[in-house]
Design a protein around this ligand. Structure first.
Ligand SMILES: [Zn+2]
Length: 67
């Protein structure tokens, strides 16, 4: 038994207000961290994929035909 190992187990971690609860990252849209601390990939809210944009465009064309 060594005191050193026991100390390691009870090593006091600094408990600040992190991760901030209820905080949503504006970058990857995940909760629990700020956008400037984001390590994830950036997500776009309104930018859809190419296929989705194409489908949207086709849908708009169809709606124009109906008018
Ligand atoms: Zn993030």
């Amino acid at each position: 038994m060594t005191l050193g190992s026991e100390n390691k187990l009870n090593f006091p971690k600094k408990k600040e207000t992190y991760p901030p609860q209820g905080v949503r990252c504006q970058r990857c849209l995940e909760f629990g961290h700020w956008s400037y601390e984001c390590t994830g990939k950036r997500k776009y809210l309104h930018r859809s994929s190419r296929t989705q944009q194409l489908q949207k465009r086709m849908k708009q064309r169809e709606e124009e035909k109906l008018k």
